[in-house]
Design a protein. Structure first.
Length: 188
């Protein structure tokens, strides 16, 4: 019985070491932070021609985009620069940015979480910094800094994969164990 307890304890220790090792890899695989906003005048264009901009509108995951922004002058649309940094020596592919649906509109800020063409792939072996751009719509009364700070509090996350674990064919099946998530921060 004593040997059984020792074997179980040893097995548990080994499992914990593997878990900690994999956590260490995922925690520092990628750093993502909001960097800059660029104001655009596309919101009214989206509202005037919703069919052409269906992908962009779908990215906000709102039941009624037109109703939410019926008073377009009360909002501003921004391109949001997200700086990604991979500090490791293995490949990372960015799959998407996502945010819990119930956070949409927090403090007057709406973040575009996805669209049909919103998936971003980084080169295999990416180990430096690269910027990607998504969109946010915010109440016009908010300053740009307020918008960035709010985005940093909204729970937006970057989903990415260790590209070294993916097949190199045209449509690789991504192993779920290769997927990682990193929260995006605002450093002001």
């Amino acid at each position: 019985m004593r040997h059984l307890h020792r074997a179980a304890a040893l097995a548990l220790t080994v499992c914990m070491l593997f878990a900690f090792a994999s956590c260490g890899k995922t925690q520092d695989s990628l750093h993502a932070r909001f960097a800059v906003l660029y104001q655009t005048d596309l919101l009214k264009t989206y509202l005037q021609d919703p069919q052409t901009y269906a992908d962009q509108i779908a990215g906000y995951a709102l039941e009624d985009f037109a109703q939410t922004f019926a008073d377009a002058d009360a909002f501003r649309l921004y391109s949001v620069e997200v700086t990604l940094q991979n500090t490791n020596d293995y490949a990372v592919d960015i799959l998407n940015l996502q945010m819990p649906a119930d956070k949409q509109g927090t403090d007057g800020v709406y973040f575009s979480t996805y669209s049909a063409n919103g998936i971003v792939g980084l080169p295999a072996g990416f180990t430096g910094e690269q910027s990607v751009f998504f969109q946010a719509i915010a109440a016009s009364s908010l300053s740009m800094q307020d918008v960035l700070k709010t985005l940093g509090k909204m729970g937006v996350e970057c989903v990415f994969a260790d590209a070294a674990a993916n097949a190199e064919d045209e449509a690789p099946q991504i192993d779920p164990s290769a997927l990682h998530v990193s929260s995006i921060l605002y450093e002001g």
